[in-house]
Design a protein around this ligand. Structure first.
Ligand code: UGA
Length: 449
């Protein structure tokens, strides 16, 4: 290690995980060297601009770029040479068959290994990217050893350190995590990483669990799969509620959430879960079970409920409007969840496609995701520049993302702006009885009639 007070960190891959983690470390005085192959992204970051919308990130970048705690490296070689610890935070997307694509992780490991060959000092490599079980020890470690000509556990260290931050809450989740998981290839590697986190969090240090790399990899997948299963579970209950007069999934979720063994989180029924992580992680996990020859009925069911859920919204829209042909529908909310401009795996896209197939004419609006949606949907839909403009002359408004600004819409806005004041609340953001008593016909996910 160099003689600095704090070790220098480097990050290869500047997506939500890499950039947010680097910026948070930099904000606490750690020198972080950052590198991404995407030059546009690097240029934006160099000006203190966040390359994607993430609350609080841009402020952190502005400060840390200007006080030079966050620095951009010319390439991953320089990043490794000038730091003590390197975090691999590149993407692990899906291949067409749903399996995990480890190309970027392999490339990062190769580059790091080649740099390590020239480094005299001990260096710690930390895999933060989500990788399927055994990848760290059976794929990454051999690449690092081959490229560096050095021995893991002696000349350099290796840990698997999964990330649990949510998009839209990335900064907050990084600064206040529930726990830190360290999967260590050898005790020294684990100790060094634990030291960094204790230095970073100080008296606010969360529980730190030290384990093997394969357990750390499994924890990441099991965590996402369990949460997705919780949401699919409540969506399944919501679908039943819709058939039972007087039933309401919000009450059922509140009731079961009070049981400490279940807890109140991730029990919000909706149009189905999406995003850049769960869909790819559950597919990859399903395949991993298959390859291991182990049955995974709960993973299959979690995915199955989710594949059907957007269709349930389309069916509800049809119940309200009769035939959808030629009907004007306002879609409020396009991002896969509020707080982000990310539309990867967004159910809004599936629902819009299906409504279009059935002949509906749509105007769409999202507070942050319009630019991304335009690239995806082109002139298949009309675009509004505000939620009120989106409602104009529509016969049905469908709420697909729970953006707080949609809560500012009052029943009279729907009455005054729409051709017919009809709302399908797929995120349960409105007070149903208030809307009904003020002359808005409102249907909602998980609400029986
Ligand atoms: C998820 C995990 O929550 C993070 O812990 C993890 O680090 C991340 O994946 C990852 O693997 O990188 P994220 O995809 O950002 O985070 O979003 P979530 O907040 O988990 O939401 C996932 C989806 O479930 C969204 O479409 C959201 O709208 C939906 N959801 C979530 C519900 O429909 N109901 C809920 O109660 C909660």
């Amino acid at each position: 290690m160099t003689q600095r007070n704090k070790p220098k960190l480097s990050f290869i891959g500047l997506g939500y995980v890499g950039l947010t983690t680097a910026a948070c470390f930099a904000s606490k005085g750690f020198i972080t060297l950052c590198y991404d192959i995407d030059q546009n992204k690097m240029e934006k970051i160099s000006k203190g601009e966040a390359p994607f919308y993430e609350p609080g990130l841009e402020e952190l970048l502005k400060t840390t770029i200007s006080n030079k705690t966050l620095q951009l490296a010319n390439n991953s070689h320089d990043a490794v040479m000038n730091s003590d610890i390197t975090f691999i935070t590149v993407g692990t997307p899906s291949k067409p068959d749903g399996d995990i694509d480890l190309t970027y992780v392999q490339k990062a490991a190769q580059d790091i290994g080649q740099a390590l060959r020239k480094k005299k000092e001990w260096h710690l490599v930390v895999v933060k990217s989500t990788v399927t079980p055994t990848t760290t020890e059976e794929l990454i470690k051999p690449i690092l050893e081959r490229e560096s000509g050095k021995k893991c556990g002696e000349d350099f260290g290796l840990c698997m350190n999964p990330e649990f931050l949510r998009e839209g809450n990335a900064v907050e989740d990084t600064l206040n995590p529930d726990r830190i998981i360290i999967g260590e290839c050898d005790p020294k590697s684990g100790e060094e990483l634990e030291k960094i986190y204790r230095e970073f969090y100080g008296s606010n240090t969360p529980p730190i669990l030290r384990t093997s790399p394969v357990n750390a990899e499994l924890i990441k997948y099991a965590n996402n799969a369990f949460l997705a299963m919780k949401v699919s579970f409540i969506n399944m209950i919501a679908n039943l509620c819709q058939k039972l007069p007087g039933a309401d999934v919000e009450h059922v979720a509140a009731g079961i959430g009070l049981d400490k063994r279940i807890g109140p989180y991730f029990l919000k029924a909706g149009p189905g879960w999406g995003g850049s992580c769960w869909p790819k992680d559950l597919q990859a996990l399903r395949l991993f079970f298959q390859k291991a020859g182990v049955e995974a009925p709960l993973i299959n069911a979690t995915l199955e409920v989710n594949e059907e859920q957007p269709q349930k919204i389309v069916m509800l829209a049809e119940e309200i409007l009769g035939s959808l042909r030629g009907k004007r529908v306002a879609i409020l909310g396009l991002a896969f969840k509020s707080g982000t401009d990310d539309i990867r795996g967004a159910v809004s896209l599936k629902i819009i496609k299906e409504l279009k197939n059935r002949g509906a004419a749509m105007k769409v609006y999202d507070p942050k995701a319009m630019q991304n949606v335009r690239k995806e949907l082109g002139d298949n839909v009309e675009y509004a520049s505000s939620s009120k403009e989106c409602l104009a002359e529509a016969e049905l408004a469908i709420i697909l993302t729970d953006w707080p600004e949609f809560n500012n819409l009052r029943p009279e806005d729907f009455r005054n702006l729409m051709n017919k004041a009809q709302v399908l609340d797929a995120r349960r953001i409105y007070n149903i009885s208030k809307f009904l008593s003020e002359g808005v016909r409102i249907s909602a996910i998980g609400l029986g009639y």
